[in-house]
Design a protein around this ligand. Structure first.
Ligand SMILES: [Zn+2]
Length: 365
């Protein structure tokens, strides 16, 4: 016999030993604890390593495949037992690799499911809840009071013509009252409204008399910003036009308004004044909501706080709005929303209301 081979039994045994040495690190995966796999990536890499091991020890070019070929060449009396030995060794290798592969695939599947699943029991992330601006809150309180008194809330444009901002309000060109009400103009001669009285003219032209309305909104003046001035601020103006309306109605309405806004013990007082669009005109004060008139820091020790201007609508204003002053009379008033806001919240600087600093605004939720 030529080509003397090594002892075939030893060949099989060394093949099996070589497998055992390499398989040792994969054997742990079949244990209960999963062999200390830490991550999905880790397990996927081990699975690739195991596939390579299978090729090396059970593939066509493996030592076991070579041993199989020797079965026919061993002496006949040893053939059966040698065949058995090869078969057992091959089965051991295949079973071991299969078991480790199953364990790895199970781990990978579980890890993938966990990664892709959503825990529906985790509380959701709530969007940060905002709240209304203190000026809006104040405007809404004022609107609620007048709506309950039968007033409509009117809104209109912020960019006006000279006619609505001045002429219709009895402030003709060259009138000295245009100065303190000076505003911003576009190159086409339009003006940012310097008071919401413009809304009253529009409303009267549209609806005629009688009318009862308030106009809250933004107005603009050519003011340099300081603690008590801002070139943009909020106003609410009121208008009541009907047959037989007198100054008494004005006083009764504003007295009721301050009762509802500051409390029933609040008193009002009217001081003669001048506005081009009302005749007679009066400044309105109310007794301090903090000290009830005794004098404190808020009312600057006078006991009174200025509410705004008021008066009986000038006949020229009614005429501009096509309302007959022989048949109808009316009163009008205006007050600053942000100023009232600043008083109530004791703000030293009115500009705080427009800086949009959340730390400041959050105090008024
Ligand atoms: Zn006071």
């Amino acid at each position: 016999m030529t080509g003397q081979v090594n002892d075939p039994v030893k060949e099989v045994e060394s093949a099996r030993e070589a497998f055992e040495r390499e398989f040792e690190r994969f054997a742990r995966f079949t244990s209960e604890a999963g062999g200390g796999l830490s991550s999905l990536k880790d397990a996927e890499s081990e699975l690739r390593g195991l596939a390579e091991l299978r090729v090396r020890h059970a593939g066509k070019k493996s030592a076991i495949a070579a041993a199989k070929k020797l079965i026919g060449r061993v002496p006949a009396e040893q053939r059966a037992s040698f065949g058995q030995l090869v078969q057992t060794a091959e089965a051991h290798i295949t079973d071991s690799v299969n078991a480790a592969e199953l364990a790895l695939k199970t781990f990978i599947e579980t890890a993938r499911t966990a990664r892709e699943s959503i825990d529906v029991t985790i509380p959701g992330r709530r969007p940060r809840a905002g709240h209304l601006h203190p000026i809006t809150l104040m405007r809404q309180r004022i609107e609620d009071i007048f709506v309950s008194l039968g007033y409509a809330v009117e809104d209109d444009r912020e960019i006006e013509t000279d006619f609505y901002n001045f002429d219709a309000l009895n402030i003709p060109e060259g009138h000295p009252a245009r100065d303190p009400q000076d505003t911003f103009y576009t190159t086409q001669g339009h003006a940012l409204r310097s008071q919401t009285s413009t809304v009253q003219i529009h409303a009267m032209q549209r609806r005629g008399a009688p009318v009862r309305m308030i106009a809250p909104g933004r107005v603009f003046r050519r003011d340099t910003p300081d603690p008590t001035h801002n070139p943009m601020f909020y106003q609410v103006e009121g208008l009541c036009v009907d047959r037989g309306i007198t100054m008494a109605h004005l006083k009764g309405t504003l007295a009721e308004f301050v009762h509802r806004l500051f409390g029933p013990e609040t008193r009002t007082r009217f001081r003669p004044s001048y506005f081009p669009f009302t005749e007679p005109s009066a400044e309105v004060d109310y007794s301090c909501f903090n000290c009830s008139g005794d004098g404190c820091r808020i009312c600057k020790w006078s006991g009174w706080i200025e509410l705004g201007g008021s008066g009986m609508v000038h006949p020229n204003v009614l005429r501009a709005a096509h309302v007959d002053p022989e048949e109808f009379t009316g009163f009008a008033f205006g007050l600053g929303i942000d100023r009232t806001c600043a008083r109530i919240y004791e703000l030293d600087d009115i500009r705080l209301l427009f800086e949009n600093d959340v730390r400041f605004l959050e105090q008024f939720r």
